[in-house]
Design a protein around this ligand. Structure first.
Ligand code: ZN
Ligand code: ZN
Ligand code: ZN
Length: 131
């Protein structure tokens, strides 16, 4: 016989309780409960990272390293972008390809490559027709 209240307490979860009030899938919340009961701050429950955080930090060491690396690659991209723009080329903000600068119908430098620009224009034309 199955009791309704042996279901995991996470909203909409229909799995059975395995770890206290949580199912196997939501075991991280159980872990979190235990850690916070011990007064330990954990990294990011939403992303499932339950490493303890050192005092004065907002993330665990592992996640700090990950975001550091992301920042570094962002910086590299920006500097690449700048050097390309100086050569009269632009990175399409839609498909990220490189294209020679050209002016759109408004007489401004297009931020999209020709094929993306044409596609966008067709979509907008169709929209107008529908209305
Ligand atoms: Zn669950
Ligand atoms: Zn973390
Ligand atoms: Zn494009």
């Amino acid at each position: 016989m199955e009791f309704k209240d042996d279901k995991c307490i996470i909203e909409n979860c229909v799995n059975k309780q395995k770890f206290d009030k949580y199912c196997g899938k939501h075991k991280k919340y159980y872990n979190y409960q235990i850690l916070s009961q011990q007064g330990i701050n954990v990294c990011n429950i939403d992303r499932g990272c339950l490493n303890p955080i050192l005092e004065g930090y907002t993330k665990c060491e592992k996640c700090l390293n990950v975001s550091r690396k992301k920042d570094e690659s962002k910086l590299i991209k920006v500097s690449q972008l700048k050097s390309i723009v100086q050569e009269g080329k632009t990175i399409c903000n839609k498909c990220k390809c490189e294209f020679d600068n050209f002016q759109n119908l408004l007489g401004m430098n297009s931020t999209k490559c020709r094929s993306c620009y044409e596609k966008q224009r067709l979509i907008e034309q169709n929209r107008v027709r529908v209305r």
